[in-house]
Write a new protein. Sequence first.
Length: 295
Amino acid sequence: MEVRRVVRPLPSADVYARDAIWAGVTHVFHLAARTRAPRAAALIEANVQFTERLAQAACAQAAVPRFVFVSSLAAMGPAPNADTPVTPQQEPCPVEAYGASKRAAEQLLQGMAALPLVIVRPAAVYGAHDRDLLAVFRQVRHPLQLRPTPGWYRFTLNSVHDVVDALVAAATVPAAYAASARAGYLLSGEDVSWDALYQRIDRAVATARGVGMRHAPSVRVPAPLLALAGRVGAKWGEWTGRTPLATPDKIVLGAQAGWTCRDDRFLREAGWAPRVPLDAGLLEVARWYRAQGWI
């Protein structure tokens, strides 16, 4: 595949539609997004307005390219509980600004009848270069682990390799499944509790470093202290223009007992299924972090 990269900011859609970059383009993979920002307006600009300009430019082409939009499980909202995953039948109900912005982008694209749209909603994605899960890889070697959520809370994890495979599969979904594609596919993966994830990351880091597992004791950070950290983070973001890991929206995300999902349609309609076992994926990431000097 010959890949051409689009970088923000974009000009207006009508100007961009005439750019030479569109010559011969058959597919658009829209991966860009902001997952957190000091202000909700920045999420709308990055995740909704930019998406609209890109899609409008695609629709202006003589041969409208297939448009694969990477959304998020956050656009659907959390699972009803830790034991009941989100399914395609669940009514979308995002609980924070990032999820709301991705849902707004989905609805905008779904309203463009001329756009050959496929929506893919990964859950939590891990892999080399990721910094969000890096904190857990570092914590497992500490004498005491400070955890922000109850250990029995569960979520679905997707390896970045599986997500890339899913995007390629989404680009070839047969036209007969256009309705499913426009409605959006959830990416099933491996469901894990936070307790189990810490143990498995501990094993991966120990193997990568050639040492024994720590089995360090853990303490849950009290909810009021987390809420305070979120408020402080929000103020710090307003003052500096930078976005810390702790924000009120991230606290809301972590307060949900279940971020798991199930969707068998993608296997039936595109032939995709996750192929990277969680332990193998975590070990690969641990070795990459170690090679970079991050752990």
